[in-house]
Design a protein around this ligand. Sequence first.
Ligand code: GLU
Length: 433
Amino acid sequence: MAINGLLADALANLKPLMDDERISEDARRRLSQPNRVVEVEIPLRMDNGSLKVFTGWRSLYDNTRGPGKGGIRYHPSVTVDEVAALSFWMTVKCAVVDLPFGGAKGGICVDPKQLSRLELERLSRGYIRALLDVLGPDRDIPAPDVNTNETIMGWMADEYRQAAGRHQRAVITGKPPGHGGSLGRTAATGRGALQVLDIWERRQGRADQRPRVAVQGFGNAGFHFARLAHDAGYRVVAISDSRGAIHRDDGLDPLAIWDRKRESMHLSGGVYCQDSVCAEVEVDQLTNDELLALDVDILVLAALENAVTEKNVDSIRAPTVLEIANGPINHAADRMLTARGVDVIPDVLANSGGVIVSHLEWVQNRMGDYWSEKEIDRRLAERLGEQADLVFERAVTENEPLRSAAYRQGIERIAIAMDGLGTERYFCGDTGA
Ligand code: GLU
């Protein structure tokens, strides 16, 4: 496929690895485009009887290390380039944390807020029917992403079960409880991101300082991160959603804001309780751009890709940026932040908690036996702690930014798998003896 837009920008991260002799020429060539991108047209009967047709995609970037893995997003701006770029990031991410998966991603170009619940269910089932041949527990395994959730994963798994004529629970992760969903999956991306940040802060000798945090994006990952960070003693001073941001220097209570948002559909202060005293809390309203420019210790990007580009990068004042969204900083802006000495904890490590628990769900589905939430959290912490330490160590020993260290860790593992079946040097007679 033509390499354009977001995919071209994402692949720019491979450039610094070009002179790494641990990554063979063959592997570089194979990683420079997706294995397979399928486009489908999904007809949807609307509640009023009319028919609409929506375009969807599933991109399998690479499956050398295992079946494809990655979420499905519903958004009016989804394009084929975006889905392919997201599948590339999934490939790198799964390898960075050493999961036996390749990388994939799917999406439908739709504004789900314009659909009724029943229309959404029919569309979700239609997506699975259209892609039956490319999905499967050993082929390609979807999960939630932007604007999709466990109910939607439940519909999709149910549609797959009906088509297959038998339970195939490991075909999709992030399912509801009782349908093979794993405990701990919903909070896993936010929980994992906080763990990675904690490890980083400890390594910087800043563990007990109640850092001030601004969080852009208050979807599932941003909310759980903010809630857990607040509980762990971070001061969450600002939160935004797609409509705007709120700010309070003394700190916000993410759980109270979440509850209020569910009632009123917009961000506001909410009722905070301290000991037994509860009161309505006043907050300042900010724009999203003002949130990005706040003078905080840590800026958390948990919205969409390209939140920070060369146009607004100069306004960023935080010395540490945590990427919970996929690709929230474009390549040019990333280089500018790095040149300024800003520490960017990259998406392929920081948001990997979700797919790590997806892997645990897949394992439980295949075993037919289920772990407690405590056991899930323990396994998540163990894998992520080990892999984050490796990335942070590598950044020190190789004297390189965290993103390059993470990419090197992931791409080296993919290259080892690709080279295991023979490289150009091997087939040309050099046995390496
Ligand atoms: N959508 C999530 C991500 O971008 C999770 C993917 C998965 O669990 O497969 O990492």
